[in-house]
Design a binder for this molecule. Structure first.
Ligand code: PEP
Ligand code: MN
Length: 338
């Protein structure tokens, strides 16, 4: 059960509600986000929600029996739109494109990427400054110095930034320079990181774990929401299977299933999903056709020279051609999934 509280609920009314729940032996968890106040209840037996609905200070009561609560679409009639600032919203019906290099390398790379994005009307640039790498000897990103450079160029060009945060200790320093925090596949179940991201007022995109189930991804989002941040985006980025013909198995089944279970927007990452440059275009189109709210793509001037993930990175001309195809597709898809 989810109880939505009135914005200006009085403390006496709140107390009465909590006492009623306690008398009925119903475990409850207050959740205060930037957008609302809620109480999540996990009653052990069937409970007449009218007993709560009658109390003062309550906006609405919803029966949400499944294991996921705040991220479930059983209580939200409308899908969530995530406000990234300056009129940019994710999940509002328009295709969201985020593109850029796997890693931020230098200033000229950022300037050239921004140029490509602007030319195509893309408003969000990706680029890692803290890179999770399988080998400790690989390039691990330029850290805060890289992020500041990234921010300087993007801010001057009205481009928003999505970048990965790897640990709780990085959040405060990064926050002024970041528009969307990405939680990478390897950190998908780093519950301390998820809780800490619940305490900030910035959108968070959570990638599905390398061997993560859909349920686990939803629980990860639930962690962030429960801790106070409901600006959440889910990301399908492929999972590890027995198949060795490509880097990961891009699970596009996840798109309609996540959208059936949750009100949160769903982004697909075909770059990591298939991991093969020459197949990024069809898998991006397939991602959109499966009902995704958008895609995140790795793009570089010279992919073969990219510091990381060059094998799955498209070049500028491939990106421009992909954008043309996406525009055509967007005309076809218009309204199909709304
Ligand atoms: C990335 O976006 O470059 C990245 C490391 O992604 P993932 O966490 O999905 O591997
Ligand atoms: Mn990458």
């Amino acid at each position: 059960m989810i109880i939505q509280l009135n914005k200006n609920i009085e403390s006496g009314e709140n107390l009465q509600l909590e006492q009623t729940l306690a008398q009925q032996n119903i475990p409850f968890y207050p959740v205060n986000t930037q957008l609302g106040e809620y109480i999540i209840c996990t009653p052990n037996q069937d409970f007449d929600i009218r007993k709560i609905g009658q109390l003062k200070g309550i906006k609405d009561v919803h029966r949400v029996n499944g294991t996921h609560k705040m991220v479930s679409n059983k209580w939200k009639v409308k899908r969530s739109k995530i406000d990234v600032g300056d009129g940019i919203e994710i999940g509002a019906g328009e295709m969201t494109i985020m593109a850029g290099p796997c890693s931020i390398e230098d200033e000229s790379q950022i300037i050239k990427t921004v140029e490509q994005l602007k030319k195509n009307g893309v408003k969000i640039m990706r680029g890692g400054v803290y890179k999770p790498r399988t080998s400790p000897y690989s390039f691990r990103g330029h850290g805060m110095e890289g992020l500041k450079m990234f921010h300087k160029v993007c801010q001057a060009n009205d481009i928003k930034i999505i970048t990965e945060v790897m640990e709780t200790g990085q959040i405060d320093a990064m926050a002024p320079y970041v528009d969307i925090f990405q939680v990478g596949a390897r950190n998908s179940q780093n519950f301390n990181l998820l809780e800490a991201l619940g305490q900030i007022d910035k959108p968070v995109m959570i990638k599905r774990g390398i061997s993560g189930s859909i349920d686990e991804l939803l629980y990860s989002a639930e962690y962030v929401f429960k801790n106070g941040n409901e600006k959440l985006i889910l990301c399908e980025r492929g999972i590890r299977t027995y198949e060795k013909a490509y880097r990961n198995t891009l699970d596009l089944n996840a798109v309609p299933i996540l959208k059936e279970k949750s009100h949160l927007p769903v982004i697909v990452d075909p770059s990591h999903g298939i991991g093969l440059r020459k197949h990024i275009v069809p898998m991006t189109l397939a991602s959109m056709a499966s009902g995704a709210d958008g895609v995140i793509i790795e793009m570089h001037e010279t992919p073969e020279k990219a510091a990381t993930d060059g094998q799955q990175t498209i070049d500028y001309s491939e990106f421009n051609s992909l954008m043309g195809k996406l525009n055509t597709l967007s005309g076809v898809l218009n309204g199909w999934y709304n």
